[in-house]
Ligand binder design. Structure first.
Ligand SMILES: O=C(O)CCC(=O)C(=O)O
Length: 287
């Protein structure tokens, strides 16, 4: 099936909602079989079983220690073909193209996220704007597809977004790793002069939400007995370029490009998920 023919692509009203609010809750895109495989392969990577023989670019927890906090693994798709198929899923690409208005969408990088049950503060994601970490790329029109592998709601610490905050510009405060959500909120409100009012991204397993790279978001603890499992697929319009000398010079994608100021983030490390009128990418559409 060509991605254009998937019947859950965002409608004009959905695109208008995304442009106004900086996020959109999409439909289920994964079959139960695809979900089961992703759950299994996600766990393998968490436990350090890299079927490709290639490690991810970064992980915050070693494979052989108890999973007692939020697990965050960058470029997990390097390790595993099942995860790679999700990371370059053309339906996700077609959805992102519609939302952003881009003619083609490339992968920036992925992030495996696993929030264990009953993790309290160790399972929190501090309020932040992704572009805070991505200033090495321009324009700031990048978008994240957040794919739920389990049902997610407030009880297991679903992601929360601040509607409309993508129109505030890049703010000085925000920190993915800060676990004191209240103190962080106060600082963001003081420097932005705006109230940080969040909306929960409640999704069934297999569904996907999207958020703009300037939308404030984060998540509270998982207080349930169920893990919260997901992949964030960070995407960019084709033509997104390297901006040298920014505070995010150390981002791992800069080293992958090895380019000079103004070079496009393109080539095999930044695969195309979707191109308007194109043949798509080589991966079969599984939804
Ligand atoms: O999963 C979360 O709670 C936050 C994820 C996130 O920061 C992102 O997808 O950009």
């Amino acid at each position: 099936m060509a991605a254009e023919h998937f019947d859950g692509l965002p409608t004009d009203a959905d695109v208008a909602f995304y442009r106004e609010n900086g996020y959109w809750l999409g439909p289920k895109i994964l079959s139960d079989d695809a979900l089961a495989a992703l759950l299994e392969h996600q766990w393998r990577v968490i436990k350090g079983k890299y079927e490709s023989g290639r490690p991810p670019t970064g992980r915050n927890i070693e494979p052989d220690v108890p999973v007692d906090r939020l697990v965050k693994i960058d470029n997990s798709y390097w390790c595993d073909a099942t995860i790679a198929r999700l990371a370059v899923n053309p339906i996700i690409g077609a959805m992102a193209a519609r939302l952003t208005g881009a003619k083609a969408i490339r992968l920036w990088h992925d992030q495996l996220l696993y929030k264990p049950p009953q993790t309290g503060g160790a399972g929190v994601v501090g309020w932040h704007q992704d572009y805070h970490y991505w200033q090495c790329a321009a324009p700031a029109e990048m978008i994240t597809a957040w794919v739920a592998l389990t049902d997610v709601d407030e009880s297991n610490g679903c992601m929360e977004v601040v509607p409309g905050s993508h129109r505030w510009g890049l703010q000085p405060e925000g920190d993915f790793f800060n676990q004191d959500l209240e103190a962080l909120q106060q600082r963001i409100e003081a420097t932005s002069g705006r109230a940080l009012e969040t909306a929960p991204c409640i999704l069934p397993a297999g569904a996907v939400s999207f958020h703009h790279c300037l939308t404030f978001h984060g998540s509270r603890p998982n207080l349930s007995d169920r893990p919260r499992r997901s992949f964030a697929i960070h995407l960019m319009p084709d033509g997104t370029r390297y901006r040298a000398g920014t505070p995010s010079e150390a981002h791992n994608c800069v080293a992958l490009l090895s380019g000079k100021d103004g070079d496009p983030f393109a080539g095999p490390y930044f695969p195309v998920l979707y191109r308007e009128g194109g043949d798509g990418n080589p991966w079969e559409v599984t939804a």
